[in-house]
Design a protein around this ligand. Structure first.
Ligand SMILES: Cc1ncc(COP(=O)(O)O)c(C=O)c1O
Length: 390
């Protein structure tokens, strides 16, 4: 696939045809694989011979998805995982130990914050949250035991843009620290963090990679062979691997990724500009708006501005819920990255487990509404918002 364009790779990379010569990718719906004899089984287990053993270790459908995504991210390795959270957990479990410290962007996805604050903390791994946009602050907050910097860019739901290249320098100047970027919102169609210097990319394949809300899955992508090896070992042993059926769904999703992202970005941009002119909307968070603090940076490190945006209403939770509950076209659901546009109230759903004062500090106010823009007619989405905003 060297020299081929993104769309060609997204449709064709990673497939390994069987002797049946099928055109579409097959689903290997099997939990284990058969050995010719006991000696072959022993060689496979001893890893003196490569080959399939058991689908918690490897599966050809999952491998096809991993190969395709690694090619799209310009990476050497990719491991599919049971969910986006399993991908983040796998990275933490393999790169950290008790006594280590994480520096993370404030306003991360709620479960990621919860994982860092309430689960990893029990294993003596502490996390400090700081403004994702102030690179000097990151440098200042590094400790001797900081081993991992974790960011989302754009962040969910505020669409803050992190300077990935500068943050990679901060991590690498220290020597024993890695930069991990959650690329769920942009996908490789819009942004390739490894090219910008990140060490690891994590994905919630549940989102735009699938693109039709059909399955939960995730991925860890890296070009570092030691990290890749540890991830494979962790997934084999601890078990949060991707199911072959979901891998097949995500393979199908990748085929249309570029055109879906392009269409959703165009729709999101129109809606963000329209919302920006509405008197009842006090603030719109969308990097495609010239007044967004990360606009110039997003132009530099992304191909487009994304399909996620959020906006604030003055009346707090009451006003936000009232608007959300009256929408007819948008679905009220926690997922994003679907062909169907979705709406959610972050403070009472995805970010509800974060302490109110931390939520406030992160800018996730009670009047904030998050939209994930899909593939419907933009005019219908704007009409839905217009009818209920007035
Ligand atoms: C930015 C981001 N990262 C990670 C996740 C977790 O992904 P999953 O639900 O697949 O575990 C989500 C889920 O919404 C997300 O929005």
């Amino acid at each position: 696939m060297d020299g081929k364009g993104f769309k060609t790779k997204a449709v064709r990379a990673g497939q390994c045809r069987t002797e049946e010569n099928e055109h579409n990718d097959p689903i290997f719906a099997t939990s284990s694989f058969v050995f010719r004899d006991s000696a072959e089984a022993a060689r496979r287990f001893a890893e003196t011979e490569s080959g399939n053993i058991y689908s918690r270790f490897t599966n050809p459908t999952t491998r096809a998805f991993e190969n395709r995504l690694s090619i799209l991210e310009n990476a050497k390795f990719c491991s599919g995982t049971a969910s986006g959270m399993a991908a983040i957990l796998a990275v933490c479990m393999t790169t950290l130990k008790a006594g280590d410290h994480i520096l993370a962007g404030r306003g991360l996805f709620g479960s990621t914050t919860n994982l860092f604050c309430n689960i990893l903390s029990r294993f003596d791994i502490e996390t400090t949250f700081i403004s994702p946009t102030d690179v000097d602050d990151w440098r200042g907050k590094l400790r001797g035991n900081t081993k991992l910097i974790f960011v989302e860019s754009p962040s969910n739901p505020l669409c803050e843009i992190v300077n990935i290249a500068e943050l990679a320098n901060v991590a690498h100047e220290k020597g024993d620290c890695i930069l991990v970027v959650d690329n769920a919102i942009c996908t490789p169609a819009l942004q390739q963090p490894l090219e910008l210097g990140a060490d690891v990319v994590v994905h919630s394949a549940t989102k735009f990679l699938d693109g039709q809300g059909r399955g939960v899955g995730g991925a860890v992508v890296t070009s570092d062979p030691d990290i890749a090896d540890s991830i494979v070992g962790f997934l084999r042993t601890a078990g949060p691997c991707m199911s072959p059926f979901n891998a097949w769904i995500f393979l199908k999703g990748l085929e249309t990724l570029a055109i879906r992202m392009s269409e959703s970005c165009t729709n999101a941009s129109k809606i963000a500009h329209w919302l920006n002119d509405q008197p009842k909307v006090t603030r719109v968070h969308y990097p495609g708006l010239a007044n967004h603090p990360g606009h110039e940076l997003a132009k530099k490190q992304q191909n487009d501005f994304g399909a996620i945006l959020s906006f604030e209403l003055a009346g707090g939770q009451h006003a936000a819920w009232k608007l959300i509950d009256s929408l007819q076209v948008f679905s009220i659901t926690a997922n994003l990255g679907d062909a169907k546009s979705t709406v959610s109230h972050s403070a009472s759903t995805t970010h509800a487990r974060i302490k109110p004062e931390d939520r406030e500090r992160a800018g996730i106010t009670d009047g904030l509404i998050r939209l994930s823009i899909g593939l419907e007619d933009t005019d219908d989405l704007i009409a839905d918002l217009r009818a209920n905003l007035s």
